[in-house]
Design a protein. Structure first.
Length: 534
């Protein structure tokens, strides 16, 4: 296969997406995949990534999730960080729309972390943070969502040349709208739309300045509808119902006449809000029912669930309690199906990994997937600090860097004294709280670039970057004193805790194992001395 030909065909596919021609784009990408499959892994992955994007825009979300996951696996196998990050961003967005929130946040976080390794900000980093913000929002954490989108804005401004901030700003409007919906569901009223108004006005200004374009190919044709519908929603909540109706009509006219997407459901939501504001309950119920059915037809589980919630509230406002309960039960059933489908997705991945062992090539792909999942699990589940895998990777990297730069590095091994007796006397729940508290103390006492981690059980470690042993010792003494001085009675009456700490500074010729071994020996020597001292 010619190297230039597939590049040109994929470029044509992305150009078609920008023009809203999803099927044409898909045909281009499919032709590249047909030639590359089994013969050229790079173009196979690139074609899959393009197909995933086509199916995401065309609302074939389950098909998009498989293509983007497969593309990410191949890119990871090839060591193509940029390609992997892009495929993971698509996977995160698709899983989010399908309601698989945990899987979506994992993929988005990994995409962001991969972009962080690339150094200079680039459009892909903007896209990754933009996607992370959306996954947080649909998971219900609007503050984190807004922070991630604000980071996308900052990165866009730092790109060379600068990237338009339009897409993350537009998504911030959607996050703010979701926040206000949750507020209304919980309290019965929407308290303030000032931030949403400011965001809408900023997007209008960007459009007037010719900067209203999306970071991701294929969304340019959709941005107009999103902008019009968001403006209509704002007008409804401002009480300007006369202006809201033509805005909704304009959003409806901007929809694609050839294919239904999630935007059709979004416009129905706006129409339902207008009917709600007019207290036309029959029209509100009709529009929300249409919204739910449209969302389901394009596999957008999140919008379907939102329609259920809105219907529950509308029924309650009318005193239709039986209808509200039925809708609530329907929502619970849908949520259970989404969870079951997410589990099936994970099971399919495991089945793929096992089947992949039948050949050397498949084995390598399974190992690549395994390494990818390893990067998703660098945090200790109980304490929230780094886990052993994260620490070992960081120690190896920083040890090489310290040797190359002739800079000091020290490692502390920390053991919680008599921890077994805590579990035996106070229960494992108290023991867990002790470990969480010790981890929090470590995090509060170390410097910004030091790395505290849970090693195993009741053992912790700290990597002191650019620190001699005397410098690290001062920090360790602060930790020892902080643990001893903590109000342990607040956790369990009569509880007292202390830690034993061993310390070692890296030497010329040291490996990660040798530094850790000396720290471990130092810790046990400290413990022995404390036990035998009068």
């Amino acid at each position: 296969m010619s190297i230039d030909a597939p590049d040109a065909v994929l470029a044509a596919a992305y150009a078609a997406l920008d023009e809203g021609q999803v099927q044409k784009a898909r045909e281009h990408a499919q032709s590249v995949l047909a030639v590359a499959k089994g013969t050229d892994l790079l173009f196979e992955a690139r074609a899959l990534a393009c197909l995933a994007l086509c199916d995401r825009i065309g609302s074939r979300l389950r098909r998009a999730s498989e293509a983007s996951r497969r593309a990410a696996q191949i890119f990871e196998q090839l060591g193509d960080v940029h390609g992997e990050a892009g495929a993971l961003a698509t996977l995160a967005h698709v899983c989010m729309l399908l309601g698989r929130n945990d899987e979506a946040v994992e993929a988005a976080l990994l995409s962001v972390r991969l972009c962080d390794t690339m150094g200079t900000p680039q459009p892909l980093a903007v896209l990754a943070h933009n996607c992370l913000g959306l996954t947080y929002s649909w998971s219900g954490d609007h503050d984190r969502a807004d922070a991630a989108l604000e980071m996308a804005v900052q990165l866009a401004q730092r790109c060379v040349p600068p990237v338009s901030i339009y897409q993350p700003r537009l998504n911030q409007i959607f996050v703010e709208a979701s926040r206000r919906l949750d507020e209304r569901y919980q309290t019965g009223t929407i308290k303030s739309i000032a931030r949403m108004r400011a965001l809408v006005e900023e997007c209008w200004q960007l459009e007037r300045n010719g900067e209203g374009w999306a970071v991701l190919p294929g969304l340019r044709s959709m941005a107009r509808t999103i902008s019009l519908a968001s403006s209509a929603l704002l007008l409804v909540w401002q009480g300007d119902l006369a202006a809201a109706k033509p805005a909704i009509d304009a959003a409806a006219r901007s929809l694609s006449p050839d294919v239904m997407t999630w935007l059709d459901a979004f416009v129905r939501w706006c129409a339902a809000e207008l009917a709600w504001a007019q207290q036309d309950w029959a029209a509100t119920e009709r529009e929300l029912t249409e919204m739910r059915e449209m969302a389901l037809s394009v596999e957008h589980e999140q919008l379907a669930c939102r329609a259920h919630l809105l219907l529950v509230q509308v029924f309650e406002l009318q005193g239709k309690n039986d209808a509200a309960r039925r809708e609530q039960r329907a929502l619970r059933r849908r949520e259970r199906r989404v969870v079951a489908e997410g589990l099936s997705s994970r099971e399919s991945l495991v089945a793929w990994q096992l089947g992949a062992r039948q050949s050397e090539r498949h084995l390598q792909q399974a190992l690549a997937t395994s390494r990818q999942f390893e990067r998703w699990s660098l945090e200790d589940a109980l304490t929230g600090i780094a886990n052993r895998r994260h620490f070992e990777q960081s120690l190896a990297e920083r040890l090489r860097a310290s040797v190359a730069a002739d800079r000091p590095l020290s490692v502390a091994m920390i053991d919680v004294d008599k921890f077994k007796s805590v579990n035996d006397r106070y229960t494992h729940r108290v023991g867990d709280r002790v470990l969480k508290t010790v981890a929090a103390i470590l995090s509060s006492q170390v410097r910004e670039h030091d790395l505290p981690a849970r090693w195993a059980g009741d053992e912790f470690v700290i990597l002191f970057d650019d620190a001699t042993e005397p410098v690290a010792l001062q920090i360790c003494e602060r930790i020892r004193a902080a643990v001893a001085g903590f109000d342990w009675d607040a956790i369990a009456p009569g509880l007292r805790m202390s830690v034993s700490i061993g310390l070692s500074e890296a030497r010329v010729g040291d490996s990660a194992d040798s530094v850790l071994q000396r720290s471990d020996e130092s810790m046990y020597q400290t413990k022995f001395t404390e036990l035998t001292s009068p």
